[in-house]
Design a protein. Structure first.
Length: 481
């Protein structure tokens, strides 16, 4: 075979793969992309290692390297390439000491073109997040690690061209973030760690309220900042209005930096006597990192009118129930029989109590010696949760996360299970001097698990982010031995 023809065939075969990415980019209107074919060709005198160093980069971009506790910062890890490569992410960074919000839905999208020092690169995202520092100090962001195989075409003098692969591993440069404590000067008494800019509003029901009915009042916090870590604003509920812990819902735009959106706290209570109920203004104290000042966001008071009688809905329900009894769905003699049974049971209990009372001598109880509890590491505590995430059993995943958090809270607060609730835990941790941001993150994680487990249509959080945040909280709450 003619040597020139053989040379041409080899050259064509070797360059088909290199041309593919460029042709696809041009068809998509990306003619300004890097010339991958030319840059992936090693000419006489050129060194492959030097080409890789100049044209394959793993970068980390941080919006700021100094911030306050709770102040958001954006961190982006990028693989930037001008070569024909096959790359695999070996290690995605984790962020100890921070609450994490992912800013993208997935990391498998096509590369974008960016210019770095005037030269175009194909850029793939490794991770793009918003971080919310939970405590003061200096923190080194985890490096990302990418393994790449670069496909080169070598042009030889006096010989046919040849292809070869060069394997390389890239690690991002370490970045240190200095987190400053929130100023003590001017900090409000009821400050709970909110950082950003916010406004607060109170919203009542749209329909008429009747005595004895369930009333739902929403406290809505809107703005930008560490929304996921917000706790309910302070509301001094009027006498006669008894509320439980609110249902919490977040409506945030995770693609926006800083994080923007709203957090809704919905309270429920039974309407008291007829007349007007005035719910005083809701107040949220927050820290503005731009002006470095504490501020207060206040709502307008909310006035509700409670009317006498029943609503149409209540009347319909009661009428339907009475109709079922009248139609024989529940025979009337069942009610007489139930009354007789209750009278007999009451007489038996009275006789038993009267005859069984005996004077007992007090028993001296020795105070038990407090046992030393060996607490597993956060990694060990989350083993089952990681396995559930791997197998796709998300109900078990959220259950294990929830149990790990409650177990650690019980150990740290030294509380029996009967007293274990979010309000008591929050108060005890605050008494112990735990950082407000860490307490807020614990409550936020517990709320997330509750919504995922008990509200079927609730949009679930990123499990990897939830796992990272849980690990941070478990480490932060670990009791001092």
């Amino acid at each position: 075979m003619n040597i020139r023809l053989l040379y041409s065939l080899i050259l064509i075969c070797c360059t088909v793969q290199l041309r593919a990415q460029t042709v696809i980019a041009q068809r998509m209107g990306e003619e300004d992309g890097p010339d991958v074919e030319t840059l992936s060709t090693i000419k006489p005198g050129e060194i492959a290692e030097l080409k890789i160093k100049q044209n394959l980069l793993l970068r980390v971009e941080v919006s700021k390297t100094s911030c306050f506790v709770g102040e958001p910062l954006k961190v982006v890890y990028k693989l930037c390439s001008r070569l024909n490569t096959s790359s695999q992410v070996m290690k995605r960074p984790s962020f100890t000491g921070f609450s994490v919000m992912e800013m993208v839905d997935n990391y498998d999208s096509k590369p974008e073109i960016e210019k770095i020092n005037g030269a175009p690169y194909y850029v793939n995202l490794i991770r793009k997040v918003q971080l919310f520092p939970l405590q003061e100090g200096d923190f080194v962001l985890d490096p990302a690690e990418v393994e790449s195989i670069v496909h080169f075409l070598r042009v030889n003098i006096g010989a046919p061209p040849s292809v070869f692969d060069q394997k390389t591993t890239l690690r991002s440069e370490p970045v240190t973030v200095h987190v400053k404590p929130l100023p003590a000067k001017g900090q409000p008494v009821h400050y709970t760690g909110a950082v950003g800019n916010y406004k607060v509003s109170l919203k009542g029901p749209d329909t008429a309220i009747h005595q004895g009915e369930l009333v739902k009042v929403k406290v809505v916090v809107e703005g930008t900042g560490n929304i996921s870590l917000l706790t309910p604003p302070e509301v001094k509920w009027p006498e006669g209005v008894d509320t439980a812990d609110p249902a919490v819902k977040e409506l945030v735009d995770k693609y926006n930096f800083p994080l923007a959106g709203a957090k809704v706290f919905e309270y429920s209570f039974a309407a008291p006597d007829t007349g007007f109920i005035t719910i005083p203004k809701a107040i949220l104290s927050y820290f503005d990192p731009q002006k470095q000042l504490y501020k207060e966001a206040e709502s307008q008071p909310l006035v509700l009118q409670v009317k006498a009688g029943e609503s149409e809905e209540t009347r319909n329900l009661r009428s339907a129930a009475m109709q079922r009894v009248g139609n024989g769905s529940i025979p009337i003699h069942y009610f007489w029989f139930g009354g007789v049974v209750l009278i007999i049971l009451g007489w038996l209990v009275f006789q038993f109590t009267r005859g069984g009372k005996k004077k007992q001598e007090p028993i001296a109880v020795k105070e038990p010696v407090k046992p030393v509890v060996e607490i597993p590491s956060s990694e060990d505590q989350l083993t089952k949760a990681r396995e559930a995430m791997r197998t796709g059993n998300m109900k078990l995943f959220y259950h294990e996360i929830q149990q790990s958090l409650w177990n650690m809270a019980a150990l740290r607060c030294e509380m029996p299970p009967t007293q274990l609730n979010k309000q008591n835990v929050s108060a005890r941790l605050t008494e112990q001097g735990v950082q407000p941001a860490l307490v807020q993150q614990l409550l936020s994680l517990l709320n997330t698990c509750e919504w995922a487990l008990y509200v079927p249509d609730h949009e679930q959080s990123d499990p990897r982010m939830l796992l990272d945040d849980t690990r941070t909280v478990l480490d932060g709450l670990r009791p001092l031995q």
